[in-house]
Design a protein around this ligand. Structure first.
Ligand SMILES: Nc1nc2c(ncn2[C@@H]2O[C@H](COP(=O)(O)OP(=O)(O)O)[C@@H](O)[C@H]2O)c(=O)[nH]1
Ligand SMILES: [Mg+2]
Length: 218
């Protein structure tokens, strides 16, 4: 009896969230804004990835929402580099949700066509369960996390539209098994593009930026 009640509540939370997410996506699509949900464990290089992608964007302006449990360290950093960045602090919650993004975009000025990068809370579990109005879920994994992550956190890999393997500059020093990793990804997600990148050397980000700019708002 208790378990049945729990399932009902969860379903209601998801349908309300999905409804608002759809509204956010439609609203931003009309403004010519592609929305990218940037997901990955703490420290995989989500903020570093944004900094590496931005210089390669040829036609689209980057906008950022930073999601953190606490602090505005990444936001201050990005603002100092000249990027329009809005901070959300969840003070405990392990993921962003659509109502938070709905509120945030009403505080932002989308003055021309662009890409809104939403850096989600560092976590490989909860963010995968909640749509936030994104066109693209970009999942960042790293060679330092180990090659078994697609097997252990399948939902994040199943839902990803784009996967980056970051910190490839460290490949000579770690025992990352790329073949095993890719096999695990393909078991969940047959077609998802996988890019090897390094936030240290800049390798691979031009291709990621080109992929995002080519993506339509459908
Ligand atoms: N060696 C190496 N370090 C990286 C790379 N990308 C990020 N880092 C470092 O990893 C740490 C976490 O990066 P950050 O972008 O803050 O991760 P986030 O928590 O996912 O936003 C920082 O010290 C970065 O300098 C990379 O490709 N190679
Ligand atoms: Mg960050």
């Amino acid at each position: 009896m208790h378990d049945v009640m729990k399932l009902d509540v969860k379903e209601n939370i998801h349908s309300e969230n999905d409804h608002i997410a759809e509204h956010v996506k439609q609203h931003l699509s009309e403004d010519g804004i592609l929305v990218v949900n940037v997901m990955g464990a703490p420290g995989v290089g989500k903020t570093t990835t944004l900094k590496n992608i931005f210089p390669h964007l040829k036609t689209k302006k980057p906008y950022v929402i930073e999601g953190d449990i606490e602090s505005d360290i990444d936001t201050v950093d990005l603002r100092n580099m000249g990027f329009d960045t809005y901070q959300i602090n969840t003070f405990g919650a392990c993921h962003l949700d659509a109502p938070l993004i709905h509120d945030a975009i009403h505080h932002m000025d989308f003055d021309r066509e662009g890409i809104l990068f939403i850096e989600n809370i560092g976590n490989l579990v909860c963010p995968a369960e909640f749509s936030i109005g994104e066109h693209v879920k970009m999942l960042i994994s790293t060679v330092t996390e180990g090659s078994d992550k697609p097997y252990k956190y399948p939902l994040a890999f199943e839902k990803a539209d784009l996967i980056l393997i970051n910190k490839c500059d460290l490949l000579p020093y770690v025992d990352f098994d790329e073949e095993f990793f890719v096999k695990g990804v393909r078991a969940q997600n047959e077609d998802v593009p996988i890019f090897k990148v390094s936030g240290r050397t800049g390798e691979g980000f031009a291709d990621v930026a080109a992929w995002l700019e080519a993506r339509d708002l459908g």
